[in-house]
Design a binder for this molecule. Structure first.
Ligand code: SF4
Ligand code: MSK
Length: 637
């Protein structure tokens, strides 16, 4: 194996594929990163601005000229505006996903869409109870219709009252804290700054407006609006996506599957679903597994159809149906390079544009499906919820038809997989605990488990793939800290074998004993990136049980290989919810002393949560343990 490949990924399957890429001269995302060097230092510090055509402007971080943009904007203003925009984009991605789920639930409830159905009536009732929707003597579609209406009102509501999902799901103590902070900010600054979101679309548009040329220049009010938008995401858009998808497709339950490129099979038609929204992938999986399609594949000489997931759509499929997982986002090019993929079917978010041209070097059909994410050189098959069955059939048939075009001489699949237990929704965790959070609180109070760290986020090609994810996770569990999480971290952990029962042996004595007793791994997959909302709901349930606020709990968040604007939104709503949150790589804020101070220090006194940056897993784990021990001491446990 080449040294270069080994430096690029901690995953042996990826290293094999990177070797092959080197040999076959196939360009990868790692190669393109090299070609971009050196990357712009102003961009990394967040001090470049191109909001108007008098720019682009950049501010010297050393205090040399130029110290201000042409319009007079300081580094603090520029950094704050850029960060607020990142939060807005991240919030909009998750929330638009939530909107799709709400529109689909409404269409199913009204009978307009018969391709989908209400699958989980227990969850329907639970969400209705939470939202105070009457359930007595009412049909499931009637209840679902009201839930969908409430969800949709969270997007377009115009009055200034807090949006209903946030109001009903947020811990009352935190809700009150947000109100108090709004008042306090007004008293101390004389400026009106809101924290409780009025509506998802409104908070996002507000950021776009206030960051327009010549509008808000105050780093504090820009950051407060960023916080508001992130809450509209975590306690709004993402939560709506998770809750309504559970109603439509079922709340995840514990299941076991395999993870890594070895899930591809040289003798089968391989279809990979990649992206984020399960409305597409649920249907493609259903269609691919149908006898009609399996037979069609067999007629062409394949053993059948092997459908696997990648990235967060993969997590959605893994969590609900135990579908095998080909890998996290840095595996997307590598999967195509196996030469064994008939179709990669994508919808929205985290899809490298490079996949289209790369697929054209093989027989692989790279199929885009969303009007929001079309990619030049891809095969576009427009997906519409109202014709989901028919379109899914067309997609699967396209994949089958590609099988005879496969060049078997080009096929190389690393024979590497790990088994992983997934499906840890809040409901499933409670079931494992016997129906209440009390046993978890009990073991935390006793110190058998010191605390919980929620890890989220991506792969970032600037960080050796999965290394930080794996090392940090191992260092935490050996310190008796339970690790939960989502997104591409979860897939990295699954590939590294950290989500099976053997991983209990890597945990400290206390955590190991608890996991053995419950029959669970010490590292729990809670789903895709929108499912970070599950972690918020769990944190809220723990705090409510103890009658404390979330910021009092021994909880820490982390995004150790983060890359996307969604991760910025997630980190911000974790912090806003009271959870100290670690980031690596550093976000583009260090060019502003004021924004850095607000987010790493001042915010702690207001919200309890704050950001911290640590480059290495050892230091990060150490810091997390210290925070957890501080919180435990304050709680008197
Ligand atoms: Fe430069 Fe100001 Fe225009 Fe930004 S808004 S590009 S700092 S002139
Ligand atoms: S897919 S946002 S790379 S986790 Fe959700 Fe992975 Fe990050 Fe995309």
């Amino acid at each position: 194996m080449s040294e270069l490949s080994r430096q690029r990924s901690a995953d042996p399957a990826a290293v094999e594929m990177l070797n092959l890429a080197e040999k076959e001269q196939l360009e990868t995302i790692w190669d393109r990163l090299e070609k971009q060097q050196p990357q712009c230092g102003y961009g990394q510090l967040g001090t470049c601005c191109r909001l108007c055509t008098m720019g682009p402007c950049r501010i010297d971080p050393m205090g040399e000229e130029p110290t201000h943009g042409v319009c007079g904007a300081s580094a603090d203003t520029i950094v704050a505006r850029n960060l607020a925009r990142m939060i807005a984009v991240g919030s909009s991605s998750h929330s638009d996903h939530g909107r799709s789920a709400a529109l689909l639930l409404k269409a199913v409830a009204s009978g307009e869409n018969t391709d989908y159905r209400i699958t989980d009536v227990e969850k329907l009732q639970a969400v209705a109870t939470r939202l105070e929707v009457t359930t007595e003597n009412r049909s499931y579609p009637e209840i679902a219709s009201d839930i969908a209406d409430i969800a949709l009102s969270c997007f377009g509501k115009q009055d200034d009252t807090p949006m209903p999902f946030t109001e009903k799901y947020l811990l009352p103590k935190r809700y009150q804290l947000f109100k108090d902070i709004e008042e306090q900010l007004f008293k101390t600054t004389g400026k009106k700054m809101g924290i409780l979101p009025r509506g998802i679309d409104r908070e996002i548009v507000d950021i776009l407006h206030r960051t327009h040329f010549g509008t808000d220049a105050d780093p504090l009010s820009l950051m407060v609006q960023g916080i508001r938008s992130s809450i509209a995401d975590g306690w709004g858009g993402s939560l709506i996506a998770t809750e309504l998808q559970d109603i439509l497709y079922g709340t995840p339950t514990v299941n076991t599957a395999k993870a890594n490129l070895g899930v591809l099979d040289a003798e089968w038609v391989n279809i990979i679903v990649h992206g984020h929204e399960p409305s597409l992938s649920e249907k493609v999986v259903e269609m691919a597994l149908s006898e009609e399609m399996q037979q069609a594949a067999r007629k062409l000489g394949a053993k059948g159809i092997n459908i696997v997931g990648l990235c967060c759509t993969g997590n959605e499929m893994l969590m609900r149906q135990g579908v095998d997982m080909a890998g996290n986002v840095l595996h997307s090019e590598l999967a195509i390079m196996t030469g064994a993929v008939e179709a990669m079917v994508v919808d929205v978010q985290c899809i490298y544009p490079s996949l289209a041209n790369l697929s054209n070097c093989f027989h692989t059909k790279f199929i885009t499906t969303s009007e929001q994410a079309t990619i030049p050189e891809a095969l576009h098959i427009q997906f519409e919820d109202e014709h989901a069955d028919e379109i899914a059939r067309r997609i699967v048939n396209t994949a089958i038809a590609a099988y005879p075009e496969r060049d078997q001489g080009k096929v190389y699949i690393p024979n590497i997989t790990s088994s992983a237990i997934a499906g840890f929704s809040v409901e499933e965790i409670l079931k494992t605990l016997g129906g209440s959070v009390a046993p978890l609180i009990d073991v935390i109070a006793k110190g058998t488990i010191k605390g919980v760290v929620g890890i989220v986020g991506c792969n970032n090609v600037k960080v050796k793939q999965d290394l930080y994810h794996q090392e940090l996770t191992k260092k935490l569990i050996e310190r008796d800290i339970l690790v939960i999480g989502t997104g591409c971290w979860a897939i990295g952990a699954a590939k590294a074998g950290l989500m099976n029962l053997d991983a209990q042996s890597l945990a400290g004595e206390g955590l190991k004993a608890v996991c053995q007793q419950l029959g669970i791994p010490p590292v729990l997959n809670m789903g895709s990136c929108v499912d970070c909302s599950r972690m918020l709901v769990l944190a809220g349930a723990l705090a409510a049980h103890l009658d404390v606020d979330i910021c009092d709990l021994p909880l820490v968040g982390s995004a150790p290989e983060w890359m996307t604007e969604k991760a910025v939104a997630i980190g911000t709503y974790f912090v806003s919810s009271g959870i100290p949150t670690h980031l690596w790589p550093a976000p583009p804020i260090l060019g502003s002393p004021e924004v850095t101070k607000i987010l790493t220090e001042d915010i702690k006194g207001l919200l309890g949560g704050y950001f911290f940056i640590e480059e290495g897993p050892q230091a990060a784990a150490q810091r997390m343990e210290e925070i957890i021990l501080e919180k435990r001491a304050a709680l008197g446990i």
